[in-house]
Design a protein around this ligand. Sequence first.
Ligand code: AMO
Length: 435
Amino acid sequence: MGVYRTHYSKELSDKYDGKEVTVAGWVEDIRNLGSIAFIILRDRQGTLQITTFKKQHREIFEKLINLNRESVISVKGVCKANEKVRNGYEIIPEELQILSESDAPLPLGVVDKVKAEMDTRLDNRFIDLRKSEVRSIFMIRDVLINSARDYLRKNGFVEVHTPKIIASASEGGTNLFRLKYFEKDAFLAQSPQLYKQMLMASGLDRVYEIAWYFRAEEHNTRRHLNESTAIDIEMAFIKDEEDVMSVLEGLVKHICEEIKERCKDEIETLNVEIKPPEIPVPRIRYDEALQMLEKEGVELEWGEDFGSEEERILGEIMRRKGVDFYFITKYPIQAKPFYTMPEGGLSKSFDLCCKGVEISSGSQRIHDYNLLVRRIEENGLKPDDFRDYLKAFKYGMPPHGGFGLGIERLLMQLLNLKNVRECILFPRDRTRLRP
Ligand code: AMO
């Protein structure tokens, strides 16, 4: 494992009792009792104890007790089983390397009892991430993304990467970050939407992207980021949006099962229960959702999209039925982007919600060139701005559909976190551009 470490804290076991090991990490705590000192060392997996005796190794003892907390050290020593120690083993050091001394005081405590403000935490994110409950979120995020990759590849999807500097809006004219691209005006991509659809004219048939979304949303909410990530898919030769929904529910179920299986320690640290959805996930039509809301005293005009409060109430109704995940289908066409396939006054679209928050949306798309041009115009947009995209619909475009599944939103809802900023390393919001 390298010169500084042979074992992580959780890898110590009876097998190593009396054997020499090398451990490395951050000094979380130092307790000096005069002739003996206990150092709590933290690594990616947890903590372990280093026990040092003044008489035995005076030089090492002095160096260790004089360290500032959060300094980085590597210790070679003998592993000893000791049931009085938290994880059952302690290291008696024989060699010490101080790899980096920490300054004091720390801008953010790692083991403080008092909860720090979100801004202080984010300003010092590298320290914030040293906390096991924060680190666990990102260990789970890793499993989420990799299990999504496994699932999609097994189902014939090809990973693609589409441009993020683009010439026209992907999701309509608002919420765009503009930038100068030499002499031209350009935008940051709101989503891979236009490109993943163009790829349906390529014969690749099924594509996915772990994508970045850039959205200049002006409002600061607990569930919006200005830079977020998503699992975006597009698939061709579909019968209707149901084909897409069955990939989405299968994907979410697989992700939940993998997290449950592979992240036991992290789930325990975060004290949550991961419940994979039962398939098929309930489908609630937009009209039915309106009636459900009406019964709760919420009046909404037909055609309006649900806001966060309406979503929360629907989530509450479903929770009472023991359901975490549910689709809302058949939205009025005016509530959906121009590329969505109409169906009367409705659309072949869906949102997937989890516990009262939208985590994904998708649809069958329009694949007819003339209808698409008309819908672009009806949405107040200029077909000429979409000429490259539109060209792909003129020379053989199969029926297709897809979805975007917000990674931070899914993680936030699975782990019952209150703020989406918890789920991205360095969040970008209305006021935050650093670190
Ligand atoms: P939509 O705009 O609904 O659809 O986005 C899809 C999913 O991405 C997540 N998401 C966000 N998460 C955090 N902060 C944001 N500002 C943010 N915006 C979106 C949500 C949302 O459900 N092109 C379509 C998808 C498709 O039809 O394939 C799209 O972008 O979880």
